[in-house]
Every structure is written in C-alpha cells, then in structure tokens.
Design a protein around this ligand. Sequence first.
Ligand code: NAG
Length: 284
Amino acid sequence: MHSSAFTASLLACLPLLAQAWNAPSYSGFNLVWSDSFSGSGNTLPDQDNWNIITGNLGVNQELETYSDSTANVQLSGGNTLQLVPVQASDGSWTSGRVESRYTFTPAAGAQTLAEADIRFGSNDISNKQGMWPAFWMLGDSIHQGTSWPECGEIDALETINGQLTGHGTVHCDQIGGVCNDPGGIGSQVTIPDQEWHTWRVQFDRTSNDWQSETITFYMDGNQFGQVTGSGLNDENSWNALCHSPLFFILNVAVGGSWPGDPNSSTEGGYGSMMEVAYVAVYST
Ligand SMILES: *[C@@H]1O[C@H](CO)[C@@H](O)[C@H](O)[C@H]1NC(C)=O
C-alpha cells in the first residue's frame, strides 16, 4: 500500500477506535474514574480495580458458578473485558462476574454519570435462552451488613434470553416497599442490535432537594427511564440510591427465576458473552 494511502486509512480508523475503546470526554463533565480494560489477551482485568467473584452465589435460582478462569473472565487484548458463560460436558455452567473495588457517591449539587460501552456475543438470539448479562450498581452498605434491597440497587442494563430489550431498574427499601420489590421500578428500551451501545445512569443532585433529584437511564444518549425522590417519597430509600457509595457489577448470569433455564438450543462461549469497552464515572 502506498504510504500516504496507508496513513489516510489509519487516520480514518482512529476516531472509531477512540470512541469504542476509551471513555469519551463529555463537555461540562470531568472524568472521575474509568477502566478501559487495556492489557494482554487471556489475562484477568486489573485486580486493583476489580474483585473477581467466584462460586455459586445462591441467588435467583441461577445456575452458574462464577470462576476466575480466563475462560470466563478475560481481557481480550483489544482493550475490552469479556465475560463468557461456558457449559461443561456434564451440563453445568461457569461464568464471569467482576465487582469494582471502586465506589462513588453522587455528589451533592452536581450531576454524576456512570456508564459503560457494551456489546453482546454474536450467537443467534434463539441460542441465548437463559442468558442474563448485566451492568449494575449496588449500595456499598451491603458490604457492611445492610440487606438487599435496603442497600439500594441500580441496574443500568439487564437483558434476558438474548432479547433486544434493555431493562433499567432501581431496587430499594424492602420487599413490598417503595421500589415495588422484588421486581423493582423499571423501564425498557429497544436495543438496535447486539453491537456496541452506551448505557448510562445520570444522577442529578443539582436541585439540592432530595425530592426533586433524579436518576435517569440512557441508551446511546437517549433517555428511557427516570425515577425521582418525590416519586419514591421515602428519604431513606432515596439516600441509599442517590447519596451513598455505590460499586459496579458486570456479570453474565445463566438461568434462574427471571430468564428461566437454558434449553437445548442454548450455546455458551464467546457467542453468548457480554463484552465491555470501558466503565466510567463523570461529574460536573
Ligand atoms: C429455546 O428458547 C428460545 C427462546 O429463548 C427459543 O427461540 C428456542 O426455540 C428454544 N429452543 C428449544 C429447543 O426449545
């Protein structure tokens, strides 16, 4: 290839790479924290940033045993994290789950963004029965003994069975409480395809009045859900969701009470993975 043509095609590629693999800049916001998953392929993500969860957590009747094998959790080598469900010959499932050591508290008087760029493996949707990938946050108080859902949970993205429907949900208070748990308060959005999309939760505390503060859900910058302090009408629950330390969870669950179990068409492997290009927190 002629060198100037090579340079031109290389330059043409750069904006795409920058958009897909690094946390972008947003005017009016400072990048507070991010991980864009650089590193060699077939290695674990930075364990200063992430706890690699192992074992069967015994929740939601899920089938998977989380593992710290790079077959389930790995950097791709192309600046992404891949969480991969794998079925063993005996039918059992292993999968990947990481939880951030980092916590953030949406700042008073400010706007805070928590977002990730995510795509799904290319298996046909009919081969994803039982798959339950998620990008979500829990109140760090769960590490100090506060029970679920009182600790607060904000799901930026969940999807089940390969469906191109993204669910954004909050959980709080108690079963049967102000967040309508165990189901939570949720909104849905149609996902265009299994390719890269940006999932954001925006915490708006600029009003300095908990009742008019908001938590808003976006896909690719388009709002698809919102909860407000006044909508919950419970200050303790709002404090758990919007005034308290939160940590990130990225995982692919398999089976359980929401998606139902895999069927004979379900395929594991990269084709059913969740792939993450970055996780980032911004603040005004
Ligand atoms: C498995 O479930 C999916 C829906 O999630 C469906 O499309 C597929 O046909 C099912 N396969 C079998 C063998 O039942």
